[in-house]
Design a protein around this ligand. Structure first.
Ligand SMILES: NC(=O)c1ccc[n+]([C@@H]2O[C@H](COP(=O)([O-])OP(=O)(O)OC[C@H]3O[C@@H](n4cnc5c(N)ncnc54)[C@H](OP(=O)(O)O)[C@@H]3O)[C@@H](O)[C@H]2O)c1
Length: 341
């Protein structure tokens, strides 16, 4: 990325002149979580007297596979809060695109973490249930052994490990949170959108019913995760650095999610060929994919609940405890309203 582009280029909501404000830098601006952060941060701005400088970076501004360009960008923008909503998320493609997956999911977060650790900045990063093998009976805890099944999970696990290692030896004052989440949906391509598209075309669907996880709204994830590290005025708080599981309450299977999404779409007036009763449950072995997925993605969120509760953040604690299906119904209803089904 050129210096000229940094000076003049990408989307930035700046603040009053003659005033040095906090820089917040969001990577992955065109992804589901990046867009959710854009909406959330912009919505907080009007009420703030001391407005931070918000910068949103996407692939066209900085290719994260270029570690030197990334490092230059960080040194020029000097963020106090780095939100890394970017990732290589093409789970099956990653099986044969290994170098790129590791460049984006491990090397780029390493550069961001090193910058934050050295410059007394706060680093927010996101990871996945795919760092686990899914063999555990019950809920995964944050310090359970990672044992990813595929390249995507391995690259995300490598990203987690390097961030933890950098901050363990940190003397520069920075802090970090890695939020492990699952089954994300928002403004972009995701399982729910795919199911609704297929439900318009086909009379019957066959969906996996023996993999368990929690659908997570990108909007919800942005709100909950930001709630740990900043107050409503976007002032950075001190919090215990570490890994946190961040998913809403409850659990389901892909089949359960597909049935709910189709029912919610029909309730919202969408015209579909598929009905919940014509969605057939199948075992994962009947739908082989290039990358194996964990059968059990249930993750305990007690650690995050405790951290939010300890800091008296009751509204975010309430949000954390919200059942997953409430947000899915609202999401599908909004898609219908926006004529996106
Ligand atoms: N999606 C899920 O189901 C899921 C589940 C568990 C955890 N997560 C984690 O949650 C976080 C957010 O996921 P998401 O669903 O918001 O992902 P997403 O929609 O796929 O967005 C990822 C963003 O990263 C950007 N990116 C990828 N390679 C890049 C590169 N070389 N240079 C610059 N930008 C690059 C993409 O840019 P382009 O738009 O240009 O491609 C995209 O905008 C990620 O850490 C992910 O691993 C996601």
């Amino acid at each position: 990325m050129s210096a000229a582009l940094i000076a003049t280029g990408y989307k930035s909501s700046t603040t009053k002149a003659n005033f040095i404000s906090m820089n917040i830098l969001v990577f992955g601006k065109d992804g589901q979580l990046g867009k959710a952060f854009h909406v959330l941060l912009d919505s907080l701005l009007p009420a703030l007297a001391d407005k931070p400088n918000l910068q949103y970076v996407g692939r066209s501004e900085c290719d994260l596979a270029d570690a030197t360009a990334l490092s230059t960008l960080l040194n020029q923008l000097q963020p106090k809060l780095i939100i890394n909503a970017s990732a290589y998320t093409a789970v099956d493609k990653a099986e044969t695109d290994i170098d790129q997956a590791f460049a984006i999911n491990a090397k780029a977060p390493e550069v961001m973490a090193q910058y934050a650790a050295d410059h007394d900045a706060t680093f927010l990063h996101y990871s996945t249930d795919y760092v686990f093998d899914g063999e555990k009976y019950g809920y995964y805890l944050e310090d359970d052994i990672r044992n990813p099944l595929g390249v995507y999970g391995k690259s995300k696990a490598a990203g987690e490990e390097v961030i933890v290692r950098i901050f363990a030896g940190n003397t520069g004052g920075g802090q970090y949170a890695i939020f492990r989440t699952s089954w994300v949906y928002g403004d972009g391509g995701n399982f729910i959108r795919t199911i609704l598209r297929l439900a318009k075309e086909r009379e019957e669907l066959k969906i996996i019913d023996d993999q368990y996880g929690v659908p997570t709204s990108a909007t919800w994830l942005a709100q909950v995760s930001l709630g740990l590290v900043a107050d409503d005025k976007l002032k950075i708080k001190k919090f215990p650095s570490g890994i946190y599981h961040a998913v809403p309450n409850g659990e389901t299977t892909w089949h359960g999610l597909a049935c709910l999404a189709v029912k919610a779409a029909l309730d919202a007036g969408a015209t579909l060929k598929t009905h919940p009763s014509s969605i057939k449950p199948i075992p994962a072995v009947e739908y082989p994919l290039p990358a194996p997925r964990p059968m059990n993605s249930r993750m305990s969120t007690d650690k995050l609940a405790q951290a939010l509760g300890f800091r008296g953040n009751m509204s975010k604690l309430q949000l954390l405890n919200q059942p997953w299906d409430i947000a899915v119904k609202a999401y599908v209803s909004n898609l219908a309203k926006d004529r996106l089904i």
